[in-house]
Design a binder for this molecule. Structure first.
Ligand code: 6R9
Length: 660
């Protein structure tokens, strides 16, 4: 369904879908990095050869001779006899190529302070930080926790850790002390890098006190030896003698001489925790050579990056995988110039993002559907006040983009011409797996469309058989890919069980999908497990349920992801209170429990609504029927209740609650 005329075509329509497709214009196609469709079949014929060719674009201190070792599935090894330094690939090699004066990061602080940092400067700072970390005892293989706002030092810290062959574990700054501590303990991190605070929504939001609280939990003893604190907000914080150090004071002792050593391609690069179907977050382990290969390849080809002229901006926080792969590793490995913004899109007003695009002449913009919907609500008159004509490619990530948001993004932000690449991938996949290539693909609003060259996906039924085109099923990935999750940190059994047990040698993504009858485009249909997607962030129903039942007033809790116009899904909890607590008004209980969840997990997990009920619907075997509760939360007619132990429960619940 690709043509060169730039005219709009139609494809067979399904309920709720937009019938229009948007082929690349002849002009875009002409200049695109990838404009020869034979890339798909060439990569399909020899995927390993394709990935090896991409890996060669990095610089290796010791070239690899073996591409993939899949002799012990599901534990893949890519390029394993090769050695490289990930940070040097993102820094030194650009400087050596004479690109030291190119801006790597245009930083825009929320209060309006700005810094433009060239590749030479960034390299210098990372070398100094690497020297500082070495003298604090960081060695190859160690883990360093990073709990930071969106400021350049966060990138510097990540790259300095990577430069030493150690692994970082970045914890999103919105997570609570409990969540931070659980992640520190699981990875046994010896150093935490943090900041006094960061600017969000017009004020300083403290971070260091949360680190203090985290380290004081469970009697105070932890793996952490040192806490390095970057000064950002200058809010009042306390420093623990012998443990806490100011970054700006320490760093003065170190110069910018640091030689990057090569490390094996399978050396751990980072651990990033994500929600799974149980209460305990999983430490997703990524390694070096394969990860960097796929992050950089997809960043270059999916966004059609021209590093000499483009100004790229991904709005994700580095606390998420999108920030790792498409703020730090992909763009820097490609020598891109990018914008990094500290704050929220509505500060000081909803024009902030658009003013940043105008100011820096952003050409490639990558954000999430939830943000687009929030901007839509505010209205097109806001972005229309700014000159967004520099934009030539738009990206979307985190959840399916509904056609209405797609069209708004396309027309209002992309002037009706910029292609939108809808990118499907996961923390576990490490890099983009399904997305259009903007010089080749006729775009279909709402579909992520095509597996990347060298990637093979299949939609299968429960028995692992391919479903007919047009039918829904489970999304699987057929072959190992370079940036795939290597393990769950410290828990190989859970790794096998979660992703591989269901279908043997195929990776089970946890998403439902459908393949189009006409051209095989992939449509994502949402999670098929107990993972919710709130504003593009993954939250586990089980994790929030266990936080709720830890509260002394709660006897039982069930959490569902209700449909929400802006955030995609929203957390709705149903709680049964302990009998002695029934004197609490439902309003008081709701407020107390919302605050409790935010304190336990983090503000992102705070339920939109907590409904106090006297009983939960269960099957005869005692399983909570969340499907029925989701119907209630969505204000829909409640589905089939025949398998309930007590079929009256649902009518009692509906009488008890008020759904807005
Ligand atoms: C990158 C990221 C992964 C889950 C994934 C899926 C959903 C992400 C999507 C999408 C439809 C897209 N998801 N991108 N669904 N279309 N373009 O978001 O990673 O936080 O691990 O979430 O997000 O359900 O399984 P992560």
């Amino acid at each position: 369904m690709t043509d060169q005329s730039g005219t709009i075509e139609s494809h067979p329509l399904r309920a709720g879908e937009d019938p229009t497709t948007y082929p690349p214009t002849a002009e875009f196609r002409e200049q695109a990095n990838i404009n020869d469709p034979s890339i798909y079949w060439r990569a399909a014929e020899d995927p390993e050869g394709y990935w090896a060719e991409q890996a060669q674009k990095l610089s290796w201190t010791k070239p690899f001779t073996e591409i993939l070792d899949w002799s012990n599935p599901p534990f893949a090894k890519w390029f394993q006899d090769g050695e490289l330094n990930v940070a040097a690939n993102c820094l030194d090699r650009h400087v050596q190529a004479g690109l030291g004066d190119r801006v790597a990061i245009h930083f825009e602080g929320e209060p309006g302070d700005t810094r433009s940092i060239t590749y030479a400067e960034l390299t210098h700072e990372v070398k100094r930080a690497a020297n500082m970390l070495t003298s604090l005892g960081v060695e190859p293989g160690d883990r360093v926790a990073i709990y930071m706002p969106m400021i350049p030092e966060t990138v510097i810290a990540m790259l300095a850790v990577a430069r030493l062959g150690a692994a970082h574990s970045v914890v999103f700054g919105g997570f609570s002390a409990e969540s931070l501590r659980a992640r520190i303990d699981d990875a046994q991190a010896e150093i935490v890098i943090t900041a006094d605070g960061g600017f969000r929504k017009g004020r300083a939001s403290a971070l260091k006190p949360t680190v203090d609280d985290a380290l004081a939990l469970h009697g105070g003893g932890s793996s952490v030896q040192k806490v390095l604190v970057v000064e950002r907000t200058k809010n009042d914080i306390s420093m623990t003698e012998g443990r806490d150090l100011w970054w700006h004071e320490e760093i003065t002792a170190y110069d910018g001489e640091h030689e990057a050593k090569g490390f094996p391609a399978e050396n751990p690069l980072f651990i990033l925790y994500t929600s799974g179907t149980t209460g305990r977050p999983k430490g997703i382990l990524h390694t070096s050579g394969g990860y960097l290969t796929q992050a950089s390849t997809t960043h270059r080809d999916v966004f059609d990056l021209k590093p000499e002229t483009d100004v790229y901006w991904c709005t994700a926080d580095v606390g998420w995988i999108t920030g790792h792969s498409y703020v730090v590793y992909g763009p820097l490995a490609n020598g891109a110039t990018q914008v990094m913004y500290e704050g929220t899109p509505e500060t000081p007003d909803w024009g902030r993002w658009w003013s940043i695009i105008q100011k820096y002449g952003v050409t490639i913009f990558y954000t999430a559907p939830t943000a687009i919907r929030a901007c839509m609500k505010v209205g097109r008159q806001v972005p229309e006040q700014y000159d967004l004509s520099s934009i030539r490619v738009l990206g979307s990530v985190g959840e399916p983009i509904n056609p209405e948001a797609w069209r708004w993004y396309h027309e209002v932000i992309g002037a009706g011409t910029a292609p939108i690449v809808d990118t499907w991938w996961q923390t576990e996949t490490g890099a983009i797996m399904i997305a259009a290539l903007p010089g080749l693909t006729s775009l279909k609003p709402g579909s992520a469309q095509v597996a990347q060259p060298g990637i093979r996906v299949n939609v299968v039924n429960d028995a692992g058989e391919r479903v007919e085109r047009g039918q829904g099923g489970l999304l699987t990935i057929q072959r190992p890919w370079p940036s795939m999750v290597r393990n769950i940190w410290g828990d190989p059994e859970r790794f096998i069980e979660t992703y591989w047990e269901k279908f043997g040698d195929m990776y089970f993504a946890g998403d439902g999908a459908r393949v189009d009858d006409d051209d095989g485009d992939v449509w994502l249909l949402g999670r098929v497990d107990d993972v919710m997607n709130v504003s593009g962030h993954r939250l586990s129903t089980a994790e929030i349920e266990s936080a709720l039942v830890e509260h002394n007033s709660v006897a039982e809790a069930a959490v569902v992801g209700a449909t929400d116009e802006t955030t995609g899904q929203a957390v709705v909890a149903f709680c049964v209170l302990k009998s002695q607590q029934t004197a609490l008004t439902p309003e008081d209980a709701e407020a107390a429990l919302k605050a409790h969840v935010a304190a336990q997990i983090g503000a992102i997990a705070r339920p939109r609504q907590i409904l106090i009920v006297t009983e939960l619907p269960k099957t005869r075997s005692g399983k909570i029927m969340r499907r029925l509760l989701k119907d209630v939360a969505d204000g829909k007619e409640v589905g089939d209740t025949t398998t309930l132990a007590d079929t009256r429960v649902m009518s009692t619940i509906q009488e008890q609650i008020r759904v807005p």
